[in-house]
Design a protein around this ligand. Structure first.
Ligand code: AVJ
Length: 384
């Protein structure tokens, strides 16, 4: 089956040097945790960005960047891996986005977890170890951990929380925040792992070979992945956990909704999202041999690229795109890379889910949706 154009956004072309593991060809490397990444600057203290691990200067990050910028198949757009969005300035801009009134997902998730926290906590296996992917400062997770602890016979003393994040900066805060939110939780029951998601999941499994692991994935970051990549990621996570019965996944997803609200959330009037996306292009260009200077000399400084938000109903996703203002000659920014005036580059995809789409994701990963809690805007589901 030919992948839809946008699914190709995350698939390295065959020329890409890094070879992803089987069955996960379109999962960003950073997410797979094949190698230790370092991240420049601080991620936002809340509302986790997608799992980055590719930093500027990282050879693999540059390889995947180049792979997305060399001439794609006819009809496909060039792409920049979304990990380039989350450098230091990008993380600060993303943090600003979560404060925007128009950016509803952050508050929608917090509201849903607040409204159904008790039920969600009680639905997690009573003996499970809570393992959060991309915990950051764990500001949203504390109440969930408290609810899970309250629902189990042994209470907080019988509860263990493990926060995984590729940025060490926030892991100390995560420990403090979880401890503060869960009175009676013994300090030794709060662990942190500085790693990419799947590496962290492996480490959690190794540290607790006999336990049931309840993976928590907040923030709808799964929306950055095309369907096949999302299924491969979830499938790999369950494989690491030991399969349903030995692990489960609490998956938070933004919901498909009318275009006007999506557009307002991703093309805010203050231009914060546009600045965030343009910063990602700056970061990406700065990693190429010609640097930002070559693009600027050609009249294509990132600030001059036009930011466009496309609401793709067919794929049920928001596409964040930049249009090049002027032709950039082949080789100017990097060997084999050229831009035409007006050419569009796909910078980020944010998939929006329906219940059926989550069912499909679960089925493709070989698991089942066991429970679902939702508001009009957002959903949390338990996969096992
Ligand atoms: C962090 C991927 C969940 O898709 O809503 C927000 C990223 N990009 N505004 C999202 C984002 C522009 C965000 N995720």
């Amino acid at each position: 089956m030919a992948p839809p154009p946008v699914a190709a956004a995350f698939s390295p072309p065959t020329s890409a040097p890094p070879s992803p593991p089987p069955n996960a060809s379109s999962v960003p490397k950073a997410m797979l945790g094949e190698e230790e990444g370092t991240k420049k600057g601080a991620p936002p203290p809340h509302a986790r960005p997608p799992p980055t691990g590719e930093a500027a200067g990282d050879a693999c990050a540059v390889a995947s960047l180049l792979a997305g910028l060399v001439a794609p198949h006819a009809g496909d757009r060039k792409t920049v891996p979304c990990s380039f969005l989350y450098d230091g300035p990008g993380s600060r801009l993303y943090d600003e986005i979560t404060d925007l009134d128009a950016y509803y997902p952050y508050r929608a998730e917090a509201g849903l977890l607040a409204a159904h926290g008790r039920d969600i906590g009680a639905a997690l296996p009573a003996d499970s170890i809570l393992v959060e992917l991309g915990c950051g400062s764990a500001t949203k997770t504390g109440s969930l951990v408290a609810a899970a602890a309250a629902a189990r016979p042994g209470g907080p003393a019988a509860t263990t929380y493990i926060g995984i994040d590729c940025s060490a900066d926030f892991l100390d805060n995560a420990r403090v925040n979880v401890a503060a939110a869960v009175p009676g939780l013994p300090a030794q029951n709060v662990e942190t792992i500085c790693a990419l998601y799947l590496d962290g999941a492996r480490a959690a499994r190794a540290a607790h070979p006999a336990g049931v692991l309840a993976f928590l994935w907040l923030g709808s970051s799964v929306g950055n992945l095309a369907p096949a990549a999302a299924a491969a990621f979830v499938g790999e996570l369950f494989a690491i956990g030991g399969g349903p019965g030995r692990c489960c996944l609490l998956l938070c997803t933004d919901l498909w909704k009318e275009g006007a609200r999506l557009r307002a959330a991703y093309d805010d009037v203050g231009g914060v999202t546009a600045a965030f996306i343009r910063n990602g292009l700056s970061h990406a260009l700065a990693c190429l041999p010609g640097g930002l200077e070559a693009a600027t000399a050609a009249g294509a400084h990132p600030d001059a690229w036009a930011y466009e938000v496309l609401i793709n109903e067919r794929e049920a996703q928001v596409e964040m795109v930049l249009a090049c203002p002027a032709a950039v000659a082949p080789g100017a920014v990097a060997p084999g890379v050229a831009f035409a005036a007006g050419e569009r580059v796909l910078m980020e995809v944010s998939r929006k889910f329906t219940p059926a789409a989550v069912e499909e994701l679960a089925a493709a990963a070989g698991v089942t949706v066991k429970a679902r809690w939702a508001s009009a805007d957002y959903a949390v589901q338990l996969l096992a």
